[in-house]
Design a protein around this ligand. Structure first.
Ligand SMILES: CC(C)(COP(=O)(O)OP(=O)(O)OC[C@H]1O[C@@H](n2cnc3c(N)ncnc32)[C@H](O)[C@@H]1OP(=O)(O)O)[C@@H](O)C(=O)NCCC(=O)NCCS
Length: 166
C-alpha cells in the first residue's frame, strides 16, 4: 500500500455531518442516520473524531465510547476512494492515543465476520478475537466477531501505519 499524505484529526462537529453521512451511506448496509450521529455528539461518553486531508476534505471518521477504563468502537469508516493508504490504521492509532490519555485499559469492538478489510485492519493494530455474536448484523446476515486490545502505557501506537497524523 502506498504511503498517503498526513491526516489532521479534530472533534466531529454538527457542520461535518453532511460529509460524514456521505461516507457513512456508501460504507455500510445499514448506515447511521443524522439523528444517530447527533446523539453521539451529545453523548458525554462518546468521542467522535473526523480526519481531514491537506485540502481540508474529510477522508474518514471514528466514533467510540469511553466508559471508565474501557473504550468501545462504535463506527469507523474511510472514504472509499481513500482506502488502502494507511488512513484506517492512522485513525485507530489516534483512537489509542486518546484512550491512553484517558486511562483506558481495554478497547473492544464488533466487526462483521465477512468484513475482511476491517478484520485485517484490527488484527494489524493488535486486536485479537475473543468471541462471536450470532447474526449481530442481521441486515446483511452476518455474525460479529468481538475483538479486544489491552493497552499499556508503553504501547506502540500504530508504529506500522502508512499515514502520519498531525
Ligand atoms: C475498514 C476500513 C476503515 C479500512 O480503512 P483503510 O484506510 O483502507 O485501512 P488501511 O489502509 O490503514 O489498511 C490497514 C490494513 O487493513 C487491511 N486491509 C485494508 N483494506 C483491505 C482490503 N480491501 N482487503 C483486505 N485487507 C485490507 C490490511 O491488512 C491493511 O494493512 P496493509 O496495508 O499492511 O496491508 C475501510 O475499509 C472502510 O471504511 N470500510 C467500510 C466501513 C467498515 O467496514 N468499517 C468497519 C466497521 S467494523
Amino acid at each position: 500500500m502506498t504511503t498517503g499524505p498526513g491526516l489532521a484529526a479534530r472533534r466531529m462537529q454538527q457542520s461535518d455531518l453532511d460529509d460524514v453521512l456521505a461516507i457513512e451511506r456508501v460504507s455500510f448496509a445499514a448506515p447511521w442516520s443524522r439523528d444517530v450521529f447527533l446523539k453521539e455528539l451529545a453523548n458525554r461518553a462518546a468521542r467522535s473524531e473526523v480526519f481531514t486531508a491537506d485540502d481540508g476534505a474529510i477522508v474518514g471518521y471514528v466514533c467510540f465510547w469511553v466508559v471508565l477504563d474501557e473504550a468501545h468502537i462504535q463506527t469507523i469508516a474511510v472514504h472509499p476512494n481513500m482506502r488502502g493508504r494507511g488512513y484506517g490504521s492512522a485513525i485507530m492509532g489516534h483512537v489509542e492515543e486518546i484512550c491512553l490519555r484517558e486511562g483506558v485499559r481495554r478497547i473492544i469492538l464488533e466487526v462483521g465476520r465477512r468484513n475482511t478489510a476491517a478484520r485485517n485492519l484490527y488484527r494489524k493494530c493488535g486486536f485479537t478475537a475473543i468471541g462471536f455474536r450470532k447474526r449481530y448484523y442481521a441486515e446483511i446476515d452476518d455474525d460479529a466477531v468481538v475483538m479486544e486490545k489491552w493497552l499499556t502505557s508503553s504501547a506502540q501506537v500504530n508504529s506500522e501505519s502508512g499515514a502520519d497524523l498531525r
